[in-house]
Design a binder for this molecule. Structure first.
Ligand SMILES: [Fe+2]
Ligand SMILES: [Fe+2]
Length: 302
């Protein structure tokens, strides 16, 4: 029952919307705040709010006066970050190994939220569809993170219990000067690597009877094809804008910036679905056969 003089909140909202148009929020400062948020649940909630605001057309896109470099994006105090060579190696066959695998996936997914947010914040003169795409990716990464975190919890662990490495964020940081380089190296190289390694992980999880783990990884694989495809689309867009040949440019960027070893086996089917062109697939296939020959030669010499 309404008291006399009480204005229901919904009427107040309507009044505000009709009479005084709400000032739009700046997309870049709002995304930056979410990017720098350290606490896990707060980051997830802020991201949900961002998506709702997007659907309400509540953002304006004026570039900010300054774009901060982000050597360390918002993340909780744990996990402790170590060099990749210092990560303990555990066999998947053991419970410890199962937990370690899920923990490393949770870490990738958490970082992937930050890298999608950074792709929005940092490159402030892209078309609006670019921001929509990356906000969609951020939402899916957050969903992945929560699923994996929950599964980890059922296995008796929490995200942060084990150590992790910072490779994904370092590449994100090192590519903060150019969206073309970012699209080539982060979605099209690092996330694309996820497409290659997921099928063997699925096999291992099936072998140990981790049904929920299998379900989660299948969702991740499906969605990650979409993320790599987003990277491909905007990589091609930027190549076209600059009059560059996409295939040669991709190879040049990998040669100049990629610290890792590009070797197979590649998930060719998933990479085609993610927009890799015929020339790229032929090139990857030749790398794959060269690395297979090198492995065979090493075995023969051992
Ligand atoms: Fe993901
Ligand atoms: Fe992703």
């Amino acid at each position: 029952m309404l008291k006399a003089g009480h204005v229901p909140v919904f009427l107040f909202r309507n009044f505000q919307l009709n009479k005084v148009p709400m000032a739009k929020l700046n997309i870049f400062t709002t995304v930056y705040e979410c990017l720098m948020t350290q606490e896990l649940d707060a980051k997830v909630q802020k991201l949900q709010a961002l998506q709702e605001l997007w659907s309400e057309d509540a953002f304006e896109f004026t570039p900010t006066a300054e774009i901060h470099r982000v050597p360390d994006a918002g993340r909780p105090e744990l996990p402790i970050l170590v060099s990749p060579k210092d990560l303990p190696k555990r066999r998947l066959g053991s419970k410890e190994g199962q937990v370690a695998l899920m923990h490393s996936i949770a870490h990738i997914e958490f970082n992937a939220v930050n890298l999608a947010l950074d792709a929005i914040y940092r490159f402030q003169t892209m078309p609006r569809a670019y921001y929509q795409d990356w906000l969609g990716v951020a939402g899916e990464e957050s969903y992945h993170f929560q699923m994996v975190r929950e599964h980890l919890y059922h296995l008796g662990a929490e995200y942060g219990d084990l150590t992790a490495h910072n490779g994904l964020w370092l590449t994100t940081y090192e590519t903060d000067h150019d969206p073309l380089v970012r699209m080539a190296l982060v979605p099209r190289t690092l996330e694309a690597r996820g497409l290659d390694v997921t099928p063997p992980m699925l096999q291992k999880l099936r072998a140990i009877g981790d049904k929920r783990g299998v379900e989660i990884l299948k969702i991740l694989l499906r969605d990650e094809i979409g993320h790599v495809e987003v990277g491909t689309r905007w990589f091609r867009y930027l190549c076209a804008e600059r009059g560059l040949n996409p295939f040669n440019t991709f190879k040049e960027i990998l040669e100049n910036y990629y610290h890792g070893d590009l070797r197979g086996p590649f998930n060719i089917e998933a990479r085609i679905a993610a927009g890799f062109c015929e020339d790229e697939i032929a090139w990857l296939t030749s790398i794959e056969s060269q690395s297979a020959k090198a492995v065979a030669a090493n075995k023969a010499n051992a």
